[in-house]
Design a protein around this ligand. Structure first.
Ligand code: ZN
Ligand code: ZN
Ligand code: FE
Length: 764
């Protein structure tokens, strides 16, 4: 007889791991026990050597679908001759002291599984139409957990005492709800309620019926979901969608849709095999798909852009919205917040903040402890992989393997903010927290940070943030570093973009890499606003900026992200064509143009920029696609949508030597010649950007020996550009790295910061 103690780390709590261990141990005739602790799962197993070996194999190779084993450590124990195998309550023994960085991974939330869905819709089941049905393979996780280990008393389900029947299922190792921590039923679990300005509150099924009535009548519904609130309306009802746009102060940005099935997505959009798989994945993200012209939807859902986001109903409550009375072809399902505010988390918060948006509220009494917005994913490449565009519900707080040993807190950027915390070989990112430009988002950020430190049980040893001194994230990091006496690493924004790719691809520094970072703007180390950058990352750790777009003045700075004609005017001035009212410049009143020309000449509030994002904006204006944008990158999206068949790029011109300037005058002159022909201009402009990358990549290969090119930054959310660049680089023998696990936009910056700060520390 041999007895072994095993510690299994990774995502092993809340995924049915203990019942799985129990089943395997019993099958192999082992005695002992299993329990959850702050590190993961602890097992003691006793039996003969062969059985223990088979048991260990099974742990690795047959573990539950949602589990992710990071490591198994084994030590020998003295056999005790104990009988039977037991699942023990999570115990204090083996729980490490606070701050020692326990390794228990908190599982992300999981969409309702097929078995639960069957029960939900089965009139004979005791959970028929119960909106909070779940099991060990599905349901809320991260959004309800307050403490580790992940056990019911450490979740917001603590408030509900299990009824006898639920308790029996919970305690029965043969039941699929054995230790399903959020287990609930109509007798003992959370309930729905309905609130509106007029009537009396309703509860349970009546509340649901009322909500569906409201949607059917074209009303706007606020509903509490898994990680926050949604605002919903019938996506086929133009009047309803228009009203929602007005109330939410969101004139143009596409709304996400929720549908019942993949077939419903196919009626609205062209869906590839990968996209189908991604739609149906346990994370159930919003997937960006190409709209069908004949989609049975109100045009107001996604005006003027080719792609929109669709997700499948992912909680039992969502499914019930589609399974009550009429079946909506699609519902608009947008985040429950006002413009530029964080997601509402509690019933009271939602009712207060969304009162003048929603006509009624479908609420419930299961509290959301950690808010998480819907994630957004898109498929890139031909039959290729998914790329996360917004990383939140379903993904967080799953760790990303990264070669970082220290515990670094990286504060991220400002827009699409996330922070990251690293620990022994992995980085854990916060959910997408929104744009960090107001008090409320900042306090959401600070609150999430405190929760993460507690849940992950970490004490940062170093801090990283952006170079930009005015980013609220950078100020937060400064304060934190000062208070705790920690070193603060300031990481340049675009270097961090490239760092995020190298971190997730686990680049081993054996050969140099060319990193391309194209985005709106970020502060450069020379004080200019960078955004069209090329770096060589050397194996030594040295980073050299080898090329960038030629600087041009950006009149008004940030204002130019919305008033996109400003960048166009600046480029026209740059080429001595200030008076040419070409493309959409003609729509800008002459006084405004004169005022901005004056700003450019005086140089006041006119930072020099190498921003590729603003260059895309300018191209869209010259193409005649409108002088203004309602949201960042809208103009660029319109330009992408306009691309015609033309393949001849505009002329590429680079200065000699490093750092090379990408000259803009030859480009702008030819764009002016094509002004007012959007299909042609857009296609040639995209071809120019891709060709320019190839030219610089070839020069870098010659001079620096780089054969690998990484593409990051928000501009690479542009499919046409990304595909074209990949194709062209591939044809010339380069290998291309893209972001997959973290967004190419600023949501991925925190991972790059962690990775670069850790490397600086090692070198220094
Ligand atoms: Zn389930
Ligand atoms: Zn119950
Ligand atoms: Fe950026």
């Amino acid at each position: 007889m041999i007895r072994r103690h095993l510690t299994v780390t990774g995502t092993v709590q809340g995924v049915g791991f203990r019942p799985f261990v129990y089943g395997q141990a019993t099958r192999h005739g082992l005695s002992g026990w299993v329990l959850n602790n702050g590190d993961g799962v602890e097992i003691e197993a006793e039996g003969d050597a062969g059985a223990l070996e088979r048991f260990a194999q099974a742990l690795r190779h047959e573990c539950p679908a949602l589990a992710r084993i990071a490591g198994i450590s084994v030590c020998e124990r003295v056999p005790r001759g104990e009988r039977g195998f037991r699942i023990l309550a999570s115990s204090g023994t083996g729980v490490p002291a606070r701050g020692s960085g326990g390794r228990a991974a908190i599982p992300p939330d999981v969409a309702m599984c097929a078995k639960c869905e069957r029960e939900l819709l089965d009139p004979a089941d005791r959970r028929h139409r119960y909106p909070f049905i779940n099991c060990t393979q599905c349901g809320p996780r991260f959004t309800i957990v307050e403490e580790v280990p992940y056990d019911r008393p450490n979740t917001t389900m603590r408030a509900f005492a299990m009824c006898e029947r639920c308790a029996a299922e919970y305690c029965d190792p043969a039941n699929r709800r054995f230790h399903a921590e959020p287990i609930a039923c109509p007798v003992c679990g959370p309930t729905l309620s309905w609130r509106d300005a007029a009537g009396r509150p309703l509860h349970g099924e009546a509340a649901l019926q009322r909500a569906v009535q409201l949607l059917t009548a074209g009303g706007i519904l606020a509903l509490k979901g898994l990680g926050g609130f949604h605002i919903a309306c019938d996506a086929t009802n133009a009047e309803a969608v228009r009203r929602l746009r007005v109330r939410k102060d969101r004139p143009a940005k596409p709304f996400a849709l929720m549908v019942r099935s993949v077939a419903d997505v196919e009626r609205c959009a062209h869906v590839s095999e990968d996209e189908r798989r991604t739609l149906d994945a346990p994370q159930r993200p919003i997937v960006l798909v190409r709209k069908r012209a004949e989609a049975p939807l109100a045009a107001e859902v996604a005006p003027g852009v080719p792609d929109f986001g669709v997700m499948l109903a992912y909680t039992p409550l969502h499914v019930l919205l589609f399974e009550t009375g009429v079946r909506f072809p699609a519902l608009v399902m947008t985040s429950g917040n006002r413009r530029d505010e964080p997601l509402a988390g509690t019933n009271a918060e939602a009712q207060e903040r969304l009162a003048d948006i929603a006509d009624g509220f479908l609420l419930h009494d299961r509290e959301i402890h950690n808010r998480a917005d819907d994630s957004i994913v898109r498929a890139v490449g031909n039959g290729c992989v998914a790329q996360v565009i917004r990383r939140a519900r379903g993904f967080v707080p799953e760790a990303i393997p990264a070669d970082v040993e220290q515990c670094v807190f990286a504060a991220g950027a400002e827009l699409k903010s996330t922070f990251a915390l690293s620990r022994r070989g992995e980085a854990v990112l916060s959910p997408y927290l929104g744009d960090l430009d107001d008090e409320r988002t900042l306090s959401f950020y600070a609150e999430t940070f405190e929760k993460y430190l507690r849940l992950l049980d970490l004490r940062p040893e170093a801090v990283a943030c952006d170079l930009h001194p005015d980013y609220l994230s950078a100020r937060f990091a400064e304060d934190y570093a000062r208070r705790d006496g920690l070193t603060l690493h300031r990481v340049q924004h675009h270097e961090a973009h490239v760092g995020s790719i190298l971190a997730e691809h686990r680049w081993q520094s054996k050969e140099p890499v060319l990193g391309v970072a194209f985005d709106g703007t970020g502060l450069g180390s020379d004080g200019a606003l960078w955004g069209g950058e090329f770096f060589v990352f050397q194996p030594s750790g040295a980073i050299r900026r080898v090329a960038h777009l030629q600087y041009f003045p950006l009149p008004g700075g940030d204002v130019a992200a919305r008033e996109v004609w400003r960048a166009a005017l600046s480029l026209l001035c740059h080429c001595g064509m200030a008076d040419r009212a070409v493309g959409s410049m003609a729509e800008v009143p002459e006084e405004q143009r004169a005022a901005v020309r004056w700003i450019i000449e005086s140089g006041a509030n006119c930072p020099p920029t190498s921003s590729m994002g603003r260059l895309f904006d300018a191209a869209a204006v010259l193409a005649g696609l409108g002088p203004a944008a309602d949201y960042e990158a809208e103009a660029a999206m319109r330009l992408e949508a306009a691309c015609g068949e033309e393949t001849a790029p505009y002329p590429c011109a680079l200065t000699e030597g490093w750092p090379a300037d990408v000259l803009l005058e030859p480009l702008v002159r030819e764009m002016v010649a094509d002004a007012g022909q959007p299909a042609r201009l857009a296609a040639r402009f995209h071809a120019w950007a891709a060709e320019m990358i190839v030219r610089i990549a070839e020069r870098a290969r010659q001079e620096e020996g780089t054969r690998v090119v990484g593409l990051s930054g928000g501009v690479f959310q542009n499919r046409v550009l990304t595909e074209l660049t990949r194709e062209k680089l591939g044809a010339r023998g380069f290998s291309v790295l893209l972001n997959h696990l973290v967004p190419p936009n600023d949501g991925g910056i925190s991972l790059g910061q962690v990775w670069l700060a850790a490397r600086t520390r090692k070198v220094g």
